[in-house]
Design a protein around this ligand. Structure first.
Ligand code: ZN
Length: 346
């Protein structure tokens, strides 16, 4: 039987939500990953140390008993974030990084930063204390075409941030364009790449009618961009690493309101491995999934190993969300009803 053993990966971008959703989905991530950067865009965003501690405790409480999984918490930057909480939280290992959402660019980002120039003093402090900045790289200007918002963000905002804060450790998250791939390489910053942006281009959203299952932010772009992302992820280059951006939404919300986000946690590694196998790059997967991220963040890779076996299997249509045994809703899984070849060895 074909199998693949690698150092257990980390997920450098994950949405776990709260309450019963968190309780029902955390196992998918803790099975596959040792650590994950937890996004702070909960209903009330995580902007203080106290909130982060409460949220982190709720994640630990929701974990399956034997799971060894460590949530790396983030602080949600706002126009008037407390520099004191940010610094104290980072120095006391409450916050691993800070997350920049330009206001209204994605789910629960209405509290985000309205004018990035207003928080340059925050970047100055972060550069000094070596705290990583994680960026949702899209402008929020409704006059900019939605397919251009990443590139415009890079030109109008990111280039200046890098110019003024050359030592700030930056991760441009869930990149979607060739333009971003080149920019990341040229500017010595890091970038995460999601499974879905490696699999779908923008046609997916319009296949057999408007299809919100493939709507995420930043939206998938043209095929040529997808090809660049595949080349980047499978290259083994240190600046590119795994970040699923797995973002669960209950079916009732996703289907009727079309909120942005794709839930890929149950199939994340199988999904990436499909791409790496097609590219004949399975030997590069450990770098992308388990080594490049820790190296960029100056932390050691995990000690545990994990094994995947080649066993074609069909992905379930939905994951049920239960509360005390009662089904409260369901979440569509990425690759639903498709066949994937690689599977976690239990
Ligand atoms: Zn995200």
């Amino acid at each position: 039987m074909k199998q693949l053993t690698i150092i257990k990966p980390d997920d450098w971008h994950l949405h776990l939500r709260e309450g019963i959703i968190l309780k029902n989905i955390i196992k998918f991530s803790s099975d596959l990953f040792c650590r994950a950067i937890i996004m702070p865009n909960t209903k009330i965003p995580i902007t203080t140390i106290d909130q982060a501690i409460l949220y982190r405790n709720s994640i630990y409480a929701a974990l399956p008993k034997k799971a060894k999984f460590h949530p790396l918490m983030t602080i949600y930057l706002t126009d008037n974030i407390s520099l004191n909480d940010l610094e104290k939280g980072y120095k006391n290992n409450i916050f691993f990084a800070a997350k920049l959402y330009p206001a209204n660019t994605t789910t629960n980002s209405s509290y985000g930063v309205k004018n990035i120039n207003n928080i340059y003093k925050v970047f100055e402090l972060m550069e000094k204390i070596k705290m990583p900045l994680l960026i949702h790289g899209e402008v929020n200007d409704p006059n900019v075409d939605i397919f251009d918002r990443e590139q415009v963000f890079i030109d109008k905002e990111l280039s200046s941030i890098i110019k003024y804060f050359p030592k700030l450790k930056i991760v441009l998250e869930h990149i979607t364009t060739s333009y971003a791939v080149d920019f990341v390489r040229e500017n010595n910053i890091g970038a995460t790449i999601t499974p879905h942006h490696l699999h779908i281009n923008r046609n997916a959203m319009f296949f057999e009618g408007l299809n919100s299952d493939f709507y995420c932010l930043p939206v998938a772009k043209r095929e040529s961009n997808r090809v660049s992302l595949i080349k980047a992820a499978t290259s083994g280059e240190e600046c590119f690493f795994l970040g699923t951006d797995s973002a669960p939404h209950l079916r009732q919300w996703k289907a009727f309101c079309g909120c942005a986000g794709i839930f890929n946690a149950p199939v994340a590694i199988s999904s990436y491995l499909k791409i790496f196998e097609e590219e004949n790059a399975l030997d590069k997967f450990e770098k992308f999934a388990s080594l490049n991220g820790p190296k960029y963040h100056n932390i050691p890779p995990n000690n545990e190993k994990i094994t995947f076996i080649y066993e074609p299997h069909t992905i379930k249509d939905f994951i049920e969300i239960k509360d005390n045994g009662k089904v409260q809703g369901k979440i569509k899984s990425f690759h639903s009803l498709e066949t994937l070849n690689w599977k976690l060895k239990l």
